[in-house]
Ligand binder design. Structure first.
Ligand code: UDX
Length: 445
């Protein structure tokens, strides 16, 4: 162990674990605390309770620098800079539930020695309230911008690091800046309320981009345009950029749905009706359901039909199913009287809890056996590797609705599938490919 004072991490969920292991990787000693003894036991034995590429290796490589504990005293004994990474789930009203953050604050001594560095996403105003109620704690807002699935890379190579210092917390902000500076991203030093707002506004903007392109996709279907072409053409405008213009079955995950409703609610609490975000949320909900209409178009009423959902996580490379499109789809399909099967390469455990009434299979092939249709809900690479030609004969009907525009539309149609994506011209063929794809489908197999 070095003589350096350890960094404290409170809450070893996804953000906390990435923060703890990455700081350890950068050479700092870390003491990480979580109230869940099972999680702490697993981590102390080197077992990673989440699916996030790279974490297991970091944990193994930096075991000596990492201490996991269930006791806040263990953290307070040695660390002064405490990264707060507890979750702030939405309540029924859409507000962020801050009870876990409050529980952390209430355990910190107010003797001017400790700094709370807020990584958890909290509504603008939270920091100010903590500074007011607990003036003996130095408060720094340092919001998290990591993406699940690439979190380690995102942490080690940030676009920017936002640091908002509360009154009297300049020393802590300078220490936080010192920790992140070697990573090379732009450092944005600002006030607490603006730092909190940057996080919410960034996520709300990205969600808006997705709902926007999804609506464009829906119009493309009506006018015979192809949303992937449209997005490519739009994205080349540097003011727009190509990222987050993939149309699909809606966004999910632990951040976008929560942060968009938190920002809308925050505005509402001040008496401001954030109209745009109301539409972003509604479009996203409807988008998840559009798959049902596409299935009905090919199968008629869905009662008694078997539908295979390929991919249950909210996106690839994670086992996280929070707000995943698969949850909405499964319940809508069952509501229509369909039998639902589901397969996901890593989220089987989460699926067993969240989707107890669907049949979970061990492989995509098992899910497709005898199914009336397949829906690509998550773009796991292995779905592109499947031998779709031979799978067609194992399915009761060759219908594939691709909720992520992931498979090769032309090849699928040539293989004899009724293939539909989201916002694709001519049911999936590129405009200039439509003719040849149609003749390939018409040709005897
Ligand atoms: C997001 C933010 O990107 C990150 O900065 C923040 O810290 C947490 O929230 P994450 O939830 O991990 O990260 O997922 P992300 O990769 O951003 O995708 C979110 C959702 O949007 C997924 O459901 C994805 O399928 C969907 N999406 C993304 C689209 O539908 N289209 C796109 O073009 C991009």
């Amino acid at each position: 162990m070095s003589d350096e004072r350890p960094i404290g991490v409170i809450g070893v969920g996804w953000v906390g674990l990435v923060t703890a292991t990455c700081f350890a990787e950068l050479g700092h000693p870390v003491v990480a605390m979580d109230i869940d003894p099972q999680k702490v036991r697993a981590l102390s034995r080197g077992r990673v309770p989440i699916h996030e590429p790279g974490i297991a290796e970091l944990l193994e490589r930096n075991g000596e620098r990492l201490t996991f504990t269930t006791e806040m005293e263990d953290v307070l004994e040695s660390a002064r800079l405490l990264f707060c990474c507890v979750d702030t789930p939405p309540t029924y009203s859409g507000d962020a539930d801050l009870s876990r953050v409050q529980a952390v604050v209430s355990q910190l001594p107010e003797d001017g020695q400790y700094a709370l560095v807020m990584k958890s996403t909290v509504p603008s105003g939270t920091g100010r309230a903590i500074c007011r109620d607990a003036p003996g704690i130095a408060y720094v807002s340092c919001p998290e911008f990591l993406k699940e699935g690439t979190a380690v890379q995102d942490f080690l190579h940030p676009d920017r690091v936002v640091i908002g210092a509360g009154a009297g917390a300049e020393w802590a902000a300078a220490e936080v800046e010192g920790l992140y500076r070697p990573l090379g991203g732009k450092i944005v030093r600002t006030d607490v309320a603006s730092a909190e707002m940057i996080k919410l506004a960034a996520n709300a903007f990205l969600a808006t981009k997705i709902s926007f392109i999804n609506e464009i996709a829906n119009v493309c279907e009506e006018v015979g345009a192809d949303v992937t072409e449209v997005a490519r053409g739009m994205g080349l405008d540097r003011r727009i950029g190509p990222a987050f213009l993939r149309a699909g079955a809606g966004y999910g995950g632990s951040c976008f749905p929560k942060d968009v409703s938190a920002l809308k609610q925050l505005a509402g609490n001040t008496g401001y009706h954030f109209q745009l975000l109301t539409a972003v949320i509604e479009v996203n909900e409807l988008q998840k359901r559009r798959i049902i209409g596409k299935l009905q178009k090919h199968l008629g009423p869905l009662a008694g039909k078997t539908i295979a959902l390929l991919g249950l996580a909210f996106k690839p490379d994670t086992d996280d199913m929070r707000e995943a499109s698969s949850l909405v789809l499964a319940s809508r399909l069952q509501g229509e009287g369909a039998t639902v099967r589901g397969y996901d390469p890593v989220s089987r455990e989460a699926a067993a809890k969240l989707l107890p009434s669907i049949e979970l299979t061990d492989s995509a092939t098992d899910a497709l056996d005898g199914a009336d249709a397949a829906v690509i809900v998550t773009e796991w690479p292995e779905f592109a590797e499947l031998d779709w030609g031979s799978l067609r004969d194992r399915m009761a009907k060759p219908v594939v609705v691709d909720g992520r525009n992931f498979l090769d539309a032309r090849a699928m149609r040539a293989a004899g599938f009724a293939y539909e994506g989201i916002g694709l011209a001519n049911d999936g063929a590129r405009p200039n490919e439509a003719e040849s794809a149609e003749s390939a489908e018409a040709a005897p197999r």
